[in-house]
Design a protein around this ligand. Structure first.
Ligand SMILES: [Zn+2]
Length: 181
């Protein structure tokens, strides 16, 4: 068992509220940004992107996949909360590269004796990281309920160096960024 982890969270939160809480912020992200990233524990998304409380939406799931639910969040982010720029972040050594959907479905089917339930879930495992990033960006860009002028970039975060590598990224004229490609 993992005894006491929840209690540690509560204790840490008490410290946060006392020492670090920046005060109440407006709901709409001040930098009009939304990030879709993998849930991997090695990505401290706000930190690695220099985002502060109140500045951006961060949507996370296994793989950083533009699932229907991630798209739902992006639509709400854009339409109701005014975000104008999206970034998709995948990363090296992603667990989603290590299995196939049907393998996981079979494993779960065996374990729980619920083959139908297991086969109904799309897990979105993938075998090519770059292609996966491109696919998610494309899916978001082509979505009929997301405006065409939204900038959608895609990156791979390197868990060995802490650096982002661009996969789908066009530098904006006048903006400064020094990214290795
Ligand atoms: Zn991952």
């Amino acid at each position: 068992m993992n005894a006491g982890e929840t209690e540690k969270l509560l204790k840490a939160n008490e410290e946060y509220a006392k020492k670090e809480f920046p005060g109440r912020q407006p709901g709409p992200p001040s930098r009009r940004l939304a990030v879709l990233a993998c849930m991997d524990a090695r990505l401290t998304v706000s930190k690695l992107l220099g985002l502060k409380t109140g500045e951006a939406h961060i949507i996370r799931n296994a793989g950083g996949i533009a699932t229907d639910d991630a798209i739902r969040s992006l639509i709400i982010s854009n339409e109701l909360l005014g975000t104008k720029e999206f970034a998709v972040i995948n990363h090296t050594d992603c667990g989603m590269l290590t299995f196939k959907d049907n393998e996981l479905a079979e494993r779960l089917a065996k374990k729980y004796g619920r083959a139908e339930d297991a086969s109904r879930i799309q897990f979105y495992a993938f075998s090519n990281l770059e292609n996966n990033v491109r696919e998610q960006v494309k899916k978001i860009k082509e979505h009929p309920l997301i405006p065409k002028d939204i900038r959608v970039s895609g990156f791979i975060y390197d868990v060995d160096t802490g650096r982002l590598r661009n996969v789908v990224y066009e530098p904006q004229v006048g903006a400064s960024a020094s990214l290795a490609s």
